[in-house]
Design a protein around this ligand. Structure first.
Ligand code: TEU
Ligand code: CA
Length: 559
């Protein structure tokens, strides 16, 4: 595998609205991020992805863009963006923007002009279909990711519908139209010419629809069907993704990471192989585990063994293909420590264990803001406290399925995207030091104890453990093995044990963790040369190898 500049890097995701508010309006902003770049440099991360900061009505918190070439005033100005880029580069940091090109906002100029003249140039930038005059049947029976039909009446045209696989304020862009594609490529190159280092590509698998449009088997009483069925039927996305790469990312040697769900296994090399459409893509296998088309209320909890099996399956799938991007959470998922750790393990030692097992896998490790502190899900007592549109939809779906409102709230509490979006907990002052104003979203009440100020100078804190993991992966003594070493499961059948080897000719490292309270003895493939990292003070050797105590995780160099 040809070595790339970013292979030995560590990446970090910022959700700008919740990172740091520099002007007291309760909303995080670009100046707030620029001011915290030294913090990120000290943490040791290199590549920083910003969730959207473009002009937007924020119907889906910025993933509904009304102007791709302008910064939303709530986040700042283009000058603020240039200053962020310049400061970051002066610190040796790389900046990625979010590329949301499956859809734009219904307040984007393109969509306004499409409504004015549906048969004109901009009408063809979208999927507009005539309403069925006889039976009033919708063009297809697809269900939006955020609930309800994907078809909405075109404003001003009662006889026409437009397609939106996400929210109705997020009309899909018609990628079948080369004129639209060229407009998108011009916008991408405009940003890359400004010195941007690359992009995270949003919901990108959705740009290729199965054509001709048709219905699929309904999977709920609403007579609608999940988008998954249409995507499974779609082919040929490579034509768009290779064209985009060739006309934008490649000429700029940009770093790109795809948010890809529903890819077909055989497509993996095309996506992230040697000559892939992207530099990398996320492993969502553990995120989608236990999902059910009926809705969040029907999801199944993931156990430590399930988690291990998901992760190991992906490691096996990608190992000779390319560099996967490893996460435990992002702005769409609940906090990893609240999801992948059983209740009894949700303490600092458990949080360090979870950090160890995902961070040292083969691939690029990503940290989501606040994860480095061990931030947790936020309690929810009423739906009025909830901001996330997909949570509100899932709450109503749960009620329709017969759950009581308190049962439905419990479901929302578990899976809500708000869990990841609560403001960053900088200290124990009012509003956790995030803002001097009224925060746009509730602060997690646990901020008094769980905050950066409390952890920064505590050598045993989760924060400083993340720093150790980042230093370890960059330590020339181990980095070749942790970046390019092969991946091999160890003791795969042992319950609640997650262990694997990272190996090169020159070195063998064993990562082993015990996802339960009671100790377990494990055998070792060979003698211990060095204890490289341990999330607890003790280390007990045994006849067979060693005793892993409750929630203990270790990294060992073996002979
Ligand atoms: O998410 C794409 C996506 O498919 C996810 O919405 C996923 O299905 C959902 O979050 C599961 O809870 C991206 C962005 O990450 C998300 O924030 C946006 O809402 C969405 O695209 C639309 O832009
Ligand atoms: Ca602000």
């Amino acid at each position: 595998m040809k070595k790339q500049w970013w292979h030995n890097k560590v990446a970090y995701q910022i959700y700008p609205k919740s990172f740091y508010d520099s002007n007291g309006d309760g909303i995080g902003d670009l100046k707030g991020i620029t001011g915290k770049l030294p913090y990120l440099k000290d943490l040791g991360v290199d590549i920083i992805w910003l969730s959207p900061v473009y002009v937007s009505p924020l119907a889906d918190q910025g993933y509904d863009i009304a102007d791709y070439k302008a910064i939303d005033p709530r986040f700042g100005t283009m000058e603020d963006m240039d200053e962020l880029l310049e400061k970051a580069h002066s610190l040796g940091l790389y900046i990625l923007m979010d590329l949301v090109i499956n859809h734009c906002s219904d307040e984007h100029e393109w969509f306004r002009k499409a409504c004015e003249d549906p048969d004109g140039r901009y009408g063809k930038f979208f999927y507009i279909r005539d309403a069925d005059k006889e039976g009033g049947k919708l063009p297809t029976n697809w269900r939006s990711y955020f609930g309800g039909s994907v078809w909405e009446k075109l404003p001003g045209h009662d006889d026409k519908y437009y397609l939106h696989v996400f929210h109705k304020k997020q009309p899909d862009l018609n990628w079948e139209n080369p004129d639209l594609r060229e407009e998108v490529y011009r916008m991408i190159n405009w940003w890359l010419d400004r010195g941007l280092d690359g992009f995270r590509l949003d919901a990108i698998i959705n740009i290729k629809k199965a054509i001709p449009f048709r219905d699929y088997t309904p999977d709920r009483d609403d007579g609608l069907t999940s988008i998954d069925n249409m995507l499974a039927d779609a082919t040929g996305i490579g034509e768009f993704l290779s064209e985009m790469r060739n006309k934008t990312f490649r000429p700029h040697d940009s770093f790109t990471v795809g948010e890809v769900f529903n890819e077909k296994p055989e497509e993996l090399p095309d996506f992230i192989g040697e000559n892939g459409y992207f530099s990398s893509m996320y492993d969502f296998s553990e995120n989608i585990f236990g999902r059910d088309l009926a809705g969040w209320h029907a999801y199944t909890d993931i156990t430590p063994d399930d988690y291990k099996n998901c992760v190991f399956a992906t490691q096996k799938k990608v190992s000779n293909v390319g560099f996967i991007s490893n996460i435990i959470e992002n702005h769409d998922e609940p906090r990893g420590v609240s999801r992948y750790l059983p209740e009894a393990g949700r303490h600092d030692t458990g949080k360090k264990l979870l950090a160890t097992v995902y961070f040292l896998l083969h691939g690029l490790p990503w940290i989501y803001q606040g994860q480095e502190l061990g931030m947790e899900n936020i309690p929810v007592s009423s739906i009025d406290e909830v901001d996330d549109i997909s949570s509100i939809d899932s709450y109503n779906v749960a009620l329709d399925a017969g759950l009581s409102s308190s049962e439905a709230i419990k479901v929302v509490e578990k899976y809500s995207r708000d869990n990841a979006r609560t403001p960053f907990q900088w200290d124990d002052s009012e509003n956790a030091g995030f803002t001097t104003g009224m925060p746009w979203l509730r602060i997690n009440p646990n901020y008094k104890k769980l905050n950066l100020k409390a952890q920064k100078d505590d050598p045993e804190s989760v924060f400083n453990y993340y720093k150790k993991l980042i230093e370890l992966r960059k330590n020339s003594k181990y980095s070749d093995t942790l970046v390019y070493g092969t991946f091999k499961p160890w003791l795969n059948d042992m319950h609640n044990i997650m262990a694997y080897l990272r190996e090169t000719e020159a070195q063998t490292l064993l990562i082993a963790a015990n996802f339960q309270e009671s100790e377990q003895e494990i055998s070792l493939p060979s003698r211990i040369r060095e204890i490289v990292l341990n999330n607890i003070p003790d280390f007990i050797r045994s006849e067979k190898g060693m005793i892993l105590q409750g929630w203990q995780a270790v990294v060992l160099e073996l002979e």
